[in-house]
Design a binder for this molecule. Structure first.
Ligand code: 13P
Ligand code: SF4
Length: 342
């Protein structure tokens, strides 16, 4: 384990730290086997954790799918709370652990189930698509979930079914970045009390005005500046970024798409407009390629998940995720609907 971590991390982390992390990772892996646990690691995990203990790494959609197929007794989710909740909803009879219960998400905190009920009353008949970055109560009053990896597929499905109006919450930028490619002409940002009425003949997505606290920090001028300084670099942005940023980059997509693009491309240099650890992990996996990244933009929630806390979670079986009935049953419906589409 130490040698494999050294090979991947020696360019990023001093050897003394790699040794300390490898000791923790060794113990995590030993306990994991003893307890018949599986560890799922989101692409934003810090590099020492990312490359040592997860059985699977991936974006929200990949990890949700893998959790649905797991036969392990315990699922340890190295990611944020909405991801662990999704795994629990898909595995009500398995123990799901989140190493730090404080690991939240500004998008999930930006909408409540009552907000969705208000939207449903205001726009009767419009199906509700909730980004998977929501809490279980919000999912429970939704019709479909989506992730950044399948948002366009879910919207396209609803457009084909003839839905002129779709409520898509909570990420306004993801809605704006996805709606048009799925056949929806407009995105109306909507807040309670708004008097706007929708035109019956115009396919419209009704959005909600919250943003990811990390991705909203990227500006179109940043893309210009990077392109000027590194003209050879392929620019890739997450669709939680502003539409003005997405318009300027070469490629936009989920964190899985970023992994796939960097692996498959013959280019040598990439600039990632996303959480900084993602760049570290891609650099570790692709030593022949250079990742340019803006490390002032780090997700404070993802950063709470450490090897130390993962070990404690396994030792004490602590921070179990519980989703009460009937929320669990109700929240499963939009997740299953999403998995059936994509
Ligand atoms: P992905 O599903 O693309 O991994 O995104 C999750 C997320 O929280 C991005 O900020
Ligand atoms: Fe939430 Fe943004 Fe962090 Fe992703 S990066 S978990 S969307 S706050």
């Amino acid at each position: 384990l130490l040698e494999s971590m050294r090979t991947k991390l020696h360019q990023l982390i001093p050897d003394v730290e790699i040794q300390a992390k490898a000791e923790l990772a060794y113990e995590v892996n030993r306990l994991k086997r003893e307890l018949n646990a599986i560890i799922l690691g989101h692409n934003y995990m810090e590099p020492a954790l990312y490359c040592s203990v997860p059985d699977n790494t991936g974006d929200s959609l990949q990890l949700a799918r893998i959790s649905a197929e797991s036969t392990a007794d315990i699922i340890v989710f190295c990611g944020v709370k909405f991801m662990a909740e999704t795994a629990k909803i898909l595995n009500p009879n398995r123990m799901v652990l989140l190493p730090n219960l404080e690991a939240g998400c500004s998008l999930a905190d930006g909408i409540t189930a009552d907000d969705v009920r208000t939207l449903k009353e205001r726009f009767p008949g419009a199906p509700v698509v909730s980004y998977v970055n929501t809490n279980a109560e919000t999912k429970a009053v939704s019709d479909y979930c989506c992730t950044s990896g399948n948002a366009a597929a879910v919207l396209r499905f609803l457009h084909k079914k003839g839905h002129q109006h779709v409520i898509f919450v909570p990420d306004e930028f993801l809605a704006r970045n996805t709606a048009q490619e799925a056949g929806y002409a407009f995105v109306e940002g909507w807040v309670p009390g708004s008097e706007k009425t929708l035109r019956a003949d115009t396919p419209t997505v009704i959005g909600w005005g919250v943003h990811c606290e990390v991705h909203e920090l990227f500006e179109p001028e940043h893309v210009d500046a990077v392109k000027q300084q590194f003209p050879e670099a392929i620019t890739i942005a997450h669709p939680e970024c502003k539409p003005e940023v997405i318009a300027k980059v070469d490629i936009s997509g989920s964190t899985k798409k970023m992994v796939d693009v960097v692996r498959a491309s013959s280019a040598r240099q990439f600039m990632l407009f996303t959480e900084c650890s993602m760049g570290d992990n891609l650099a570790a996996e692709n030593p022949d390629k250079e990742m340019i990244r803006m490390c002032s933009h780090q997700c404070p929630h993802m950063a709470l998940i450490t090897l130390e806390d993962t070990l404690e979670a396994l030792r004490k079986l602590q921070h179990q995720i519980e989703v009460p009935e009937p929320i669990l049953q109700e929240a499963r419906v939009p997740i299953d609907n999403m998995l059936a589409i994509s």
